[in-house]
Write a protein that binds this ligand. Structure first.
Ligand code: BDR
Ligand code: CA
Length: 314
């Protein structure tokens, strides 16, 4: 079993990622879930993590509050995609499970340092703020981690919040840059991959048909998320981002990418938050990322269906 920490800002697609991980207990041990400000402010992402765990009857998974704001900039949010709560579309009961009293960054350091080297993976589904804080507290976690799988960035595909920048990188480019400079093994799932994972109505109905509280909640969330996305991308064309990180932990062979140097532009007026990928090694800077480019989309959706169905019926 792979020990993982999920760092997240739920978020509609974060919700599907978290539930997929919860539906994979044979392969994934979730050490804890860290909330970060991103799609909506921290108070809401923290509530949303707890709502999802309670939906899945997993109050045993510890939840940690992380950063309320990016390292140096005011928070940018994405209610236009995720709704005012971050998980609009489904009415969850108010969450009651506790939040742990340690900061998410402290938890990350303690969990990684107390476990065997190369045994913990972080799946990062939001801005990299908590990870940058953890790296500042204890830089040795970079070498001790197995890897960090981060949904973030965009190369050829272009940005989704500015022409140059993908949302998670855009919100906290300084944190992202610190992460990429840390020396950790990093796998990035950019828009170049997630824009090849398009949610169809047929798949959505498959998930809704799972039934039970989980199937109903997922159906409602996806109906909301697709409404916003399809206005931009067209019918049956809305991309699914964050679950790629969990799918990678479960079945890395679904993805193909390239080991390259990636830097994040923190200064440009038009390009702040851009992920600059050195495909041809022309800059001579060290390779620091496995930057994914391709996904076996049918295999990916089949995997999600299987895990979400298992979660709903177990
Ligand atoms: C990323 O931005 C967020 O809105 C999504 O949850 C995802 O993590 C996609 O650019
Ligand atoms: Ca997210």
């Amino acid at each position: 079993r792979q020990a993982i920490i999920i760092d997240t800002d739920p978020g509609q697609d974060d919700a599907i990622a978290i539930l997929t991980a919860l539906g994979s207990p044979e392969a994934i041990e979730i050490l804890g879930i860290c909330a970060v400000a991103g799609n909506v402010p921290l108070a809401l992402t923290l509530d949303n993590v707890r709502k999802l765990l309670e939906l899945a009857n997993r109050r045993d998974v510890p939840v940690f509050a992380g950063a309320e704001a990016p390292l140096t900039r005011p928070l940018v949010t994405a209610e236009h995609v995720h709704g005012m709560t971050g998980m609009d579309g489904h009415d969850f009961p108010p969450p009651t499970m506790p939040v742990q009293d340690r900061h998410a960054a402290t938890f990350i350091v303690e969990a990684v340092m107390s476990r065997p080297a190369k045994s913990v993976t972080i799946c990062a589904l939001g801005p990299a703020t908590n990870l940058a804080l953890a790296l500042a507290l204890e830089p040795r976690i970079a070498q001790r981690l197995r890897e960090i799988v981060w949904m973030g960035g965009a190369a050829v595909e272009g940005g989704n919040i500015t022409p140059a920048s993908e949302f998670n990188v855009h919100v906290d480019p300084e944190a992202g840059a610190k992460l990429l400079a840390s020396g950790a093994e990093i796998v990035m799932m950019p828009l170049d991959v997630t824009h090849k994972a398009r949610v169809t109505h047929a798949w959505m109905e498959e998930i809704r048909a799972i039934g039970g509280p989980v199937g109903i909640a997922l159906g409602n969330l996806m109906t909301f998320a697709k409404g916003a996305d399809e206005r931009k991308f067209g019918k049956d064309r809305s991309p699914l981002h964050d679950p790629t990180t969990i799918a990678y932990v479960l079945q890395p062979e679904l993805f193909a990418g390239q080991r390259v140097n990636v830097e994040i532009e923190t200064g440009g007026y038009y390009t702040r938050g851009m992920t600059v990928v050195d495909w041809w090694g022309v800059a001579g800077r060290p390779v620091n990322v496995t930057f994914m480019r391709d996904i076996d989309a049918p295999g990916f959706f089949a995997l999600l269906t299987d895990r979400l169905r298992r979660l709903a019926t177990d």
